[in-house]
Design a protein around this ligand. Structure first.
Ligand code: F6R
Length: 249
């Protein structure tokens, strides 16, 4: 695990964009795994900036980590809507190359299997972007989710529903289920970038990096992946043993 610590959010966002740029420049047909949430917003701004300065996403394929069950793609709190608004509508990725689980599928179990197969059919994910929940979740894989799961149906915990309620008009509107790539799907990515910003993530980052690898702390599995880069700001890194970190900005 490589741990890079930046003075601020802008620094970590720019570095994440540089690593994506490197990947897409090396292979124009790269497969990117993408996340929603507040953390990657700075990265997506930088990717748009790179596109405006000539980076070509026309051959890139994307797979998002997760989607709520029951929300249509045009619901403002759906992850499809989020991605369209914050990234896809502003770069030249082809709509047919964009993949987000269909939370309105009639048969959710089948949708999960089809999604997982689609990832493998594209040759697997070259570079996966992750955020981390306060409880250590990655994707929507909540504490206790078996590490062996591929894309699957999730019951959201109350704490995750509370954390995401800010995107809905009330907590009652937050769906109770989601489809998420599983830990096994995430671990198959060739490279993983985990982004975390702010003191509220310091505890989860500390446990994920320095704690035992246990399913109660889903992000701890990343200790076993051969190619993970953690991009943190100083606040998110504040719980880490300083000897482990590389202060770069
Ligand atoms: C989003 C996702 C989640 C978030 C995590 C952090 O697609 O899968 O695991 O990455 O909840 O969210 P933020 O960035 O809003 O703190």
């Amino acid at each position: 695990m490589e741990i890079l610590v930046f003075d601020d959010y802008q620094g970590l966002s720019r570095k994440a964009a540089d690593l994506i740029k490197e990947q897409v420049t090396k292979d124009s047909q790269s497969v990117l795994g993408l996340a929603t949430g507040s953390t990657p917003l700075g990265l997506y701004k930088e990717m748009i900036n790179d596109y405006q300065h000539g980076l070509d996403f026309s051959q890139v394929t994307s797979f998002n980590l997760d989607e709520y069950v029951g929300l249509s793609g045009d619901h403002p709190a759906s992850y499809r809507y989020f991605m369209e608004q914050h990234l896809f509508s502003q770069i030249n990725i082809k709509p047919t190359n964009i993949h987000i689980p269909n939370g309105q599928a009639m048969d959710i179990e089948r949708e999960c299997r089809v999604y997982e197969s689609a990832i493998q059919a594209c040759g697997g994910i070259d570079l996966q972007i992750l955020g981390i929940g306060h409880n250590g979740h990655i994707g929507f894989n909540e504490p206790g989710t078996p590490f062996g799961k591929e894309t699957h149906l999730i019951e959201l915990t109350e704490s995750t529903r509370q954390a995401n309620a800010r995107f809905f008009s009330s907590i009652d509107e937050v769906p109770s289920k989601a489809i998420s790539m599983g830990i096994k799907s995430i671990m198959k990515a060739k490279q993983i970038l985990l982004l975390a910003s702010g003191e509220s993530k310091a505890g989860a980052v500390h446990q994920a990096v320095e704690g035992p690898v246990v399913k109660e702390m889903p992000a701890s599995i990343l200790q076993l992946h051969p190619n993970v880069v953690l991009l943190l700001d100083t606040a998110a890194a504040s719980g880490l043993n300083r000897a482990l970190v590389n202060q770069v900005g």
